[in-house]
Design a protein around this ligand. Structure first.
Ligand code: S3P
Length: 178
């Protein structure tokens, strides 16, 4: 008799800004009986300043360093769903974190990203020119695809996306118990 696979210690959600990582992650964590952790919010609490402030005062590289050390610290947490910032999987050094977790890539189109984040003053990158954002979007897709199992978030309610992730976890033999 084959035994069911051990439930994942960490479920990570990745994808471009506005794809629903935080909303879906919260729902998923509640369903699994796991803790929920939004990487950006966690960093903001730790730093006592917003992501926008960190970008403004210390620059993007400093933000990326904080992001990397946060992932390092969280790499031994168990029974947690983590919503990563859109840029977190980009650094090669961060990718092991996502390879070790059960990672899902929430996919949206560039147009949906623009629509969903049209008024997002808290996202410093959103103010960049559309052409630059389009290039950033394209350049990240191969990384997201490599690290996460794809789940479409395009035009779907967060509960639908969450349900699909639950089914995929069950399909892998993971039956997390609340
Ligand atoms: C970023 C995405 C943001 C946040 C920061 C940078 C990115 O997180 O980490 O503004 O590089 O894509 P969300 O994806 O949760 O918006």
């Amino acid at each position: 008799m084959t035994r069911p696979a051990r439930p994942p210690d960490r479920v990570a959600l990745i994808g471009f800004m506005g794809c629903g990582k935080t909303t879906v992650g919260r729902l998923l964590a509640a369903r699994l009986g796991y803790a929920f952790l939004d990487l950006d919010q966690w960093l903001e609490r730790r730093q006592g300043r917003s992501i926008r402030q960190i970008f403004q005062e210390s620059g993007e590289e400093a933000f990326r360093d904080l992001e990397s050390s946060a992932l390092g610290e969280l790499s031994s947490r168990r029974r947690v769903v983590i919503a990563a910032g859109g840029g977190a999987p980009l650094r090669e050094a961060n990718r092991g974190f996502f390879r070790q977790a059960s990672t899902f890539y929430l996919e949206i189109s560039f147009e949906e990203f623009l629509r969903r984040t049209a008024s997002s003053p808290d996202r410093p990158l959103r103010g960049r020119p559309v052409e630059e954002l389009a290039r950033l979007f394209e350049s990240r897709l191969p990384v997201y695809r490599e690290l996460g199992e794809k789940v479409s978030s395009e035009g779907r309610a967060p509960t639908q996306v969450m349900q699909e992730i639950l089914e995929k976890l069950r399909g892998r033999g993971h039956q997390p118990q609340p």
